[in-house]
Design a protein around this ligand. Structure first.
Ligand code: PMP
Length: 387
């Protein structure tokens, strides 16, 4: 039944292949600029969570992304929240829901570039994808005009995927003013916004600043969905803590809409995973529900993002000190964990073979992989290979 013609060998995921190559590399100077981190402690029983997840977690998760307990969406009970297998599972649940129930233009518009997994998550549930310009190679910043005109040109009621903050892989975010214009275009064309929030608190260190775009869409009364990951901001990568939120627009029957949508999400969730995992959600729930732990967490986020920001400064200034050809302001202009260095695929190969420095082949580095001990080495290597 399953010959090579029917089931061809799938290519290895490039990111996980990169991790494997890094682990196998014996060079003492090797530097991993692909992501890591981990931690935490237990308190377990092993009963099933409800299908929609741990309520104390999902309700606080909704508040976190939608603007607190006073968020109109939260207060007016216009939100259905489902705990998911981290952010990936949340994007998938949203994709599955739209594939089954969305009656507008089912094409999903993704930024070019975007997190590679977006392509296959939407395609795998049968939703066609298209792209909108996002990154300008010239400025290594946002191609705002390109983005706007593509969204204006897309058929009415298309699905538009937006990174809530710390765009992956470019580290380039719209300003709040630009978000307002994007919202205007989306409103004008009746597009359906699909937010992916994987880095709240990790970008600026400020939870409110990092959800400003989502809060603006709430404020403007949009109907939309959000996929929320707790992998990065809680260091819960492998525990798979995430949440999917459906937010309906203000309307007399909004609560009824949410009830109906939730009933269908329950069926989808049941057929996919039945019950979401407990451990990570428990940890997040404990922190989100305890004001003291919450403010400690906020401090941690500031430290972590502050470290990333200071590494950006260090890398840029060391590269500039060396008189490296080109402009390097994009390193500090970009935000969040990732930086699009602008290195070509050939340069990426060369820095790996000559200097044992690992980054994805599109030239994306994770700032979390830099530290005071290796930043000099990395700057020198970049200087050497771009010459
Ligand atoms: N969306 C984006 C844009 C991401 O960068 C990531 C993490 N790399 C995710 C979603 C989901 O990650 P996870 O499933 O680990 O939460």
């Amino acid at each position: 039944n399953f010959t090579a013609e029917v089931v061809p060998q799938a290519p290895e995921d490039p990111l996980f292949g990169l991790v494997r190559a890094f682990r196998a590399d014996q060079d003492p100077n090797k530097v991993d600029l692909a992501d890591d981190i981990l931690h935490n402690d237990p308190e377990l029983n092993h009963e099933y969570a409800p299908i929609s997840g741990i309520a104390s977690f999902t309700s606080k998760a909704a508040e976190l992304i939608l603007g607190g307990a006073d968020s109109p969406a939260v207060k007016e009970k216009r939100v259905a929240s489902f705990q998911t297998i981290s952010g990936t599972g949340a994007v998938h649940l949203g994709a599955l829901f739209l594939a089954k129930f969305y009656k507008g233009n089912k094409k999903v518009y993704l930024s070019d570039p975007t997190w590679a997994n977006h392509h296959q998550i939407f395609t795998n549930v049968g939703l066609p994808i298209a792209s909108y310009p996002y990154f300008s190679k010239e400025t290594r910043g946002l191609d705002f005009e390109g983005m706007k005109s593509a969204l204006l040109g897309a058929p009415e009621r298309s699905v538009v995927l937006l990174h809530a903050c710390a765009h992956n892989p470019t580290g380039v975010d719209p300003t709040l003013e630009q978000w307002k214009e994007i919202a205007e275009v989306i409103r004008l064309k009746n597009h359906f916004p699909f937010f992916d929030s994987a880095y709240q608190g990790f970008a600026s260190g400020d939870l409110l600043r990092d959800n400003a775009a989502v809060r603006y869409f709430v404020e403007q009364g949009f109907e939309f969905v959000v996929a929320q990951s707790f992998a990065k901001n809680f260091g819960l990568y492998g525990e798979r803590a995430g949440c999917f939120h459906f937010v309906t627009a203000p309307a007399p029957d909004a609560e009824a809409t949410v009830t109906r949508v939730a009933s269908q999400l329950s069926i989808l969730q049941r057929s996919e995973i039945s019950n979401p995992p407990l451990y990570g959600a428990r940890i997040a729930s404990i922190v989100l529900n305890d004001p003291k732990l919450f403010s400690e967490w906020e401090e941690n986020l500031k430290t972590m993002s502050g470290r990333i920001i200071s590494m950006r400064k260090a890398l840029r200034s060391k590269i500039e000190e060396l008189g490296t050809p080109g402009t390097w302001n994009h390193i500090t202009d970009q935000i969040g964990m990732f930086s699009f260095t602008g290195l070509s695929e050939t340069q990426v190969q060369k820095i790996r073979s000559d200097y044992h420095i690992y980054m994805t082949k599109n030239g994306r580095i994770s700032m979390a992989g830099l530290n005071t001990r290796n930043v000099d080495y990395v700057a020198k290597a970049i200087n050497a290979i771009v010459r």
